[in-house]
Design a protein around this ligand. Structure first.
Ligand code: ADP
Ligand code: MG
Length: 639
């Protein structure tokens, strides 16, 4: 093809020049310096490199250089590699669906070369000399024999210098370096056998020598302490393998930055995977805290689309629910089998202010003891009431059985029962409750208008009335929403609520979702909506607060235009919903200090029987504490 062939009569429609096509491709491939690093390093990996060095100057704006010890390219191959759609990795369209290597479009090198001053030097393994090509403004300015070690070195200087509109969008060097380092960290985690080093402005930023296994690499990249504390999860079924290193509930972070996710060896930032991992901790972590987790997911390549966008790290699964469930189960089981949720220990500690999670120093000695013990000594009640599909997980003595062999996901088939309701955790099996039924316990009364006291066979059950009621409301909202939609209760007099324009728009735009949540809301002039119905479970509450929370959640919710499939988008929406349900439940629950009539006390205890039992309220505070007879006896020196 020649340069810009004009159409004589009109002169309006033209074929684009190769150089321009490359620059357009660059717009897709090269979003920022980190994407150049990614493309170059992936090429090195594809070339079988075992050592890779990355050099960055000025956040990548001045220089990005990647040097590898891979197979290299011969003087004949080198110019070909720089042509558009030149690739050694893709022979037919059928290959597209089963891509296992990293890059495959065959356009990265020409695209990058079109927006930089570009130099590539390569020497084939075993050859006695190399070859180099320099490109400027999309044109070869030099091609010659070159020295250098076996392998390939690519230098990208003055990125976007010739495309001011794009250069302008480069952020501060520190920010661009941050994106680069972020990606390199992930690569390091997934490829421990790789020697990886990075130089920033001519100083060593890090050197990660080749490691034996993931845990060693995690120690290098994160910290020794983190690495030592992580639990390894390794589960495989025919269509899926989950290999992960996850933190115990005691080791949390204030945000999700300790989560590293990989699909078939590629780092991703998928919301679904992240949610599944965090969901496994749903009842174990205080709200707003996140686990540390390094998750390697392997699935058949044809069941996942990783080609969504070259610069984004998102993936699309053909069966997102199955993936979600498998991750959740594997991680949850790992938690349960370790019995992190062991005894609380000495009497007097039961109401300790720091909640259900002891500090490391407190647990370290006790963990060993707890693991050898028979169950039934838990002060915190980790159990599940209500319908219990499948065989119970615990023995009669309350001890936790290990997952049976050959049943990698705790007996839940991946392809069966893929209904969304499973995301509610109703089938998640946790240890047996020490009381068969909360509702059946004799109630002793209310303490400080805040705690419900009940007598159980094993001791005195103390229930935080607000936390318990909140938990019940939360679970019911969540469960009914997942099953069919939350029941609505019409208001006798429709109420108008003033809201910010963004919230109004979000509510009116999401009519289906709003109705499924049990609300009926319509436009009401400028700056307000008219509320005709609210979730039945929450009726009697301050409507303005509920609707404001709803608006905020909808504004924050991801817009999922991809499919009309409610289930697929629903699961992506769950993280937002969980927060919304927790907030709504909190607003509506009986307060600490509310004097409750006996029937209402009873109703809360019964409510605990009707939900998948969990030890904490949605905010992570404990719901119930059992003060055992033995504890009382020892305090009264009767033992
Ligand atoms: P793709 O990676 O999609 O094939 P690229 O433009 O990134 O396209 O690279 C084109 C070709 O150049 C590759 O298919 C590969 O054969 C060759 N190549 C690129 N980088 C290297 C490298 N570091 N070592 C060896 N060969 C390389
Ligand atoms: Mg490539």
């Amino acid at each position: 093809m020649t340069d810009a062939v004009g159409i004589p009569e009109k002169g309006r429609i033209r074929l684009l020049s190769d150089a321009l096509i490359d620059q357009i491709a660059a717009g897709e491939v090269v979003e920022r310096p980190a994407s150049v690093v990614k493309e170059l390093v992936e090429n090195s990996l594809d070339a079988g490199a075992s050592r890779i060095r990355v050099e960055i100057r000025d956040g990548g704006a001045a220089l990005i250089a990647v040097t590898d010890d891979g197979i290299g390219m011969s003087p004949r191959e080198l110019p070909v590699a720089l042509q558009r759609h030149a690739t050694s990795k893709l022979a037919s369209a059928a290959d597209l669906m089963r891509i296992s290597s990293f890059g495959f479009r065959g356009e990265a090198l020409p695209a990058i070369a079109s927006v930089s001053r570009f130099r590539i030097v390569s020497r084939v393994r075993g050859s006695d000399h190399g070859h180099e090509i320099q490109i400027e403004g999309g044109r070869v300015v030099r091609e010659s024999e070159a020295g250098g070690p076996e392998g390939t070195r690519v230098e990208v200087a003055d990125l976007f210098a010739s495309v001011p509109a794009r250069r302008k969008f480069l952020k501060r060097p520190g920010t661009e370096w941050g994106h680069i380092a972020d990606w390199l960290v992930r690569l390091a985690l997934v490829r421990p056998e790789l020697h990886l080093e990075a130089w920033r402005d001519q100083k060593t930023a890090f050197v990660w020598p080749a490691c034996r296994d993931h845990r060693d690499r995690i120690a290098d990249v994160l910290s020794e302490d983190d690495a030592a504390a992580l639990i390894e999860v390794d589960r495989a079924a025919p269509e899926i393998r989950i290999h992960a290193f996850v933190s115990t509930p005691e080791r949390t972070r204030p945000n999700g930055q300790g989560l590293y996710l990989f699909v078939n060896g590629r780092p991703v930032r998928d919301r679904l995977l992240r949610h599944a991992l965090v969901e496994a901790y749903r009842d174990l972590l205080p709200r707003g805290r996140f686990p540390i987790g390094i998750l390697f997911l392997e699935v058949p390549p044809e069941t996942v689309d990783v080609n969504v966008h070259p610069a984004k790290w998102e993936v699309r699964f053909s069966d997102p629910q199955a993936i979600h469930r498998a991750i959740r189960h594997s991680v949850k089981d790992a938690m349960a089998s370790r019995r992190w949720l062991g005894t609380l220990g000495a009497p007097g500690r039961v109401a300790s202010a720091d909640g259900p999670f002891r500090t490391r120093s407190e647990t370290s000695g006790r963990r060993v003891a707890a693991s050898g013990e028979a169950g039934g000594t838990d002060d915190w009640i980790f159990a599940q009431g209500g319908p219990r599909p499948g065989p119970p997980r615990s023995g009669g003595d309350g001890s936790v059985r290990e997952t049976p062999e050959g049943d990698p996901f705790g007996g839940i088939a991946l392809d069966a029962d893929s209904g969304l309701h499973t995301a509610a955790g109703s089938e998640d099996r946790t240890p047996e409750p020490p009381v068969a039924s909360f509702g059946a316990l004799p109630i002793l009364g209310q303490l400080r208008a805040s705690y419900l006291l009940a007598e159980s066979e094993d001791g005195l059950l103390v229930v935080d009335q607000h936390a318990a009621h909140e938990r019940i409301l939360y679970e019911r909202l969540r469960q009914t929403w997942l099953e069919s939609g939350v029941a609505r209760q019409g208001l006798l007099t429709p109420t108008s609520v003033s809201l910010a324009p963004g919230a109004i728009e979000a509510i009116l735009d999401a009519k289906d979702r709003v109705e499924r949540l049990g609300f009926e809301i319509e436009a009401f002039g400028e700056g307000a909506v008219l509320v005709r119905a609210v979730p039945a479970e929450l009726s009697g509450q301050e409507i303005g607060t509920l609707v404001t929370e709803l608006g905020a959640a909808l504004e924050a919710a991801p817009h999922d235009a991809e499919t009309g499939d409610l289930d697929a988008s629903a699961i992506r929406w769950l993280p937002t919903l969980d927060r919304l349900f927790a907030t709504l439940a909190c607003h509506s629950a009986r307060r600490f200090g509310d004097r409750l009539p006996e029937p209402e006390q009873r109703e809360i205890l019964r409510g605990l029987d009707s939900i998948p039992w969990a030890p904490t309220c949605p905010h992570g505070r404990p719901v119930a504490v059992l003060i055992r007879h033995e504890d009382l006896e020892s305090r009264f020196r009767r033992r």
